[in-house]
Design a protein. Structure first.
Length: 165
């Protein structure tokens, strides 16, 4: 006599097949979440690299307008160029690269003190952007952003407090 109806073997096979069918869906969701996080991080890096690049351009414009500040600003400008590179943006290359013709000129005050104050304000603004991005950044990027924000605050201090030596 043949058994009719549901057997344990049949129940186990159907349950196993159903479970196997849902596993790829779970993995796909994890991959999608990871891809979404990576995409968001890349966008954050691009945005902050652009902000640091604009700051680097401001250094270039200030040095061009006030060549006497070149020595004082050179190391700070080089540091900002490294920030751009660390965020994945285009490197700063030479100590004072030529600005592309298509880029709008950065306004620089005629007075050196005012130019330094404007540069310090730009440093603070960029540091504030890095600090604000900490809230949503993944740990590795957050550590980088914290370092860049601290460097920006130090740059702003150095720009506004003339060393006595």
């Amino acid at each position: 006599m043949e058994r009719t109806g549901t057997t344990r073997r049949r129940v186990l096979m159907v349950t196993g097949a159903a479970a196997a069918g849902t596993l790829p869906g779970c993995a796909g969701g994890a991959e999608t979440a990871a891809a979404s996080r990576a995409k968001a991080e890349a966008a954050t890096r691009r945005r902050l690299a652009a902000a640091s690049g604009a700051l680097r351009d401001r250094y270039d414009a200030t040095i061009a307008r006030h060549p006497g500040l070149s020595e004082r600003l050179g190391a700070l400008r080089a540091s900002v160029a490294e920030h751009v590179t660390a965020l994945g943006g285009p490197s700063g290359g030479s100590p004072a690269p030529a600005r592309p013709a298509a880029a709008a000129p950065v306004p620089v005050p005629a007075d050196e003190r005012a130019a330094l104050a404007a540069l310090a304000q730009a440093e603070r603004g960029t540091a504030d952007r890095h600090t604000a991005a900490l809230e949503t950044a993944e740990p590795e990027l957050a550590r980088l952003l914290a370092s860049l924000a601290a460097a920006g605050a130090a740059h702003a201090y150095l720009l506004t407090h003339r060393d006595s030596g």
